[in-house]
Design a protein around this ligand. Structure first.
Ligand code: NAD
Length: 249
């Protein structure tokens, strides 16, 4: 695969390399993305299920949606794309992975320097008393009776993911922008680059003199300014790029 060989060369030569991932890196693990024709928003209206106002108005309805997602997330395992990124980090060729995903798959694959800008399904929290419950506990509560009650005060828990209308986590966003500015190569994997402020990260890299490479099925607003654009499947391209780099240390 010529694209993979070129990507390997870019990763080797343009250090530090920082990776930005979106829902497309996890579709091959069986988790649908949002915006492609088979994505979640083709079935569910985000305004009804993914805003903090919707959650405050009707948390039981929002949990009905999340319970279905939880079922998928519970079983999902990292795919070759997650594993390739963890391997590149292990070899010292990836400094950090910035992800919009909330699915924990980068962590399960072994990525260490992870910036989760939209939170994670790893925990859910009580908006009343602040109690925090880990994923497994939430899954059990949901299986017992739908919208999970806080074990301490009984209010309905909220997944610790950023809903539309909520502020972004400041520390993570600052860290993502600093990493993008310092990157000689920002490798975007599986993101339509439509959701702000993350969609601004490639511009940050370009303005600071770095390069942007994109592995995404379908167009992004940065395709014309990227040193490499691959429309291939993330798992295939990244696995082939790692292979093209040769055996690791
Ligand atoms: P998006 O749905 O806007 O874009 C995903 C992109 O990936 C699309 O362009 C799609 O064509 C492409 N794609 C799908 N499968 C691919 C594959 N195998 N290889 C290469 N490209 C592939 O997703 P986004 O940019 O991450 O949008 C941001 C929002 O989606 C975030 O808020 C994120 O939290 C949320 N989200 C996360 C998950 C998850 O945690 N896995 C799942 C759905 C949505």
């Amino acid at each position: 695969m010529r694209e993979a060989a070129r990507l390997a060369e870019l990763i080797r030569e343009q250090q530090p390399c920082v990776v930005l991932t979106g829902a497309g890196v996890s579709t091959e693990s069986g988790i649908p993305d949002f915006r492609s024709p088979t994505g979640i928003w083709a079935t569910y209206d985000p305004m009804e299920y993914a805003t903090i106002d919707a959650f405050r108005r009707d948390p039981i309805k929002v949990w009905d949606f999340y319970a279905r997602r939880l079922e998928v997330l519970k079983q999902a395992r990292p795919n070759a794309a997650h594993r390739a990124l963890a391997e590149l980090e292990r070899r010292g060729l990836v400094e950090a992975v910035i992800t919009q995903n909330i699915d924990r798959l980068h962590e399960l694959a072994g990525s260490r320097e992870l910036v989760e800008v939209h939170g994670s399904i790893r925990t859910s929290s009580c908006l009343q008393c602040g109690e925090r419950v880990p994923f497994e506990g939430v899954v059990q509560l949901v299986e017992e009776g739908g919208a999970p009650p806080c074990p301490r005060c009984g209010a309905i828990l909220k997944p610790d993911v950023v809903m539309f209308g909520e502020p972004m986590p400041e520390v993570e966003i600052d860290s993502a922008f600093a990493l993008a500015r310092a990157a000689a190569l920002l490798l975007v994997v599986g993101s339509s680059l439509e959701v702000w402020p993350v969609a601004g990260l490639p511009q940050e890299t370009l303005d600071a003199g770095g390069a942007v490479a994109i592995v995404n099925r379908g167009p992004t607003p940065y395709d014309g300014r990227a040193v490499l654009k691959s429309d291939g499947a993330a798992s295939e391209v990244l696995e082939a790029a790692v292979a093209a780099l040769g055996p690791g240390p």
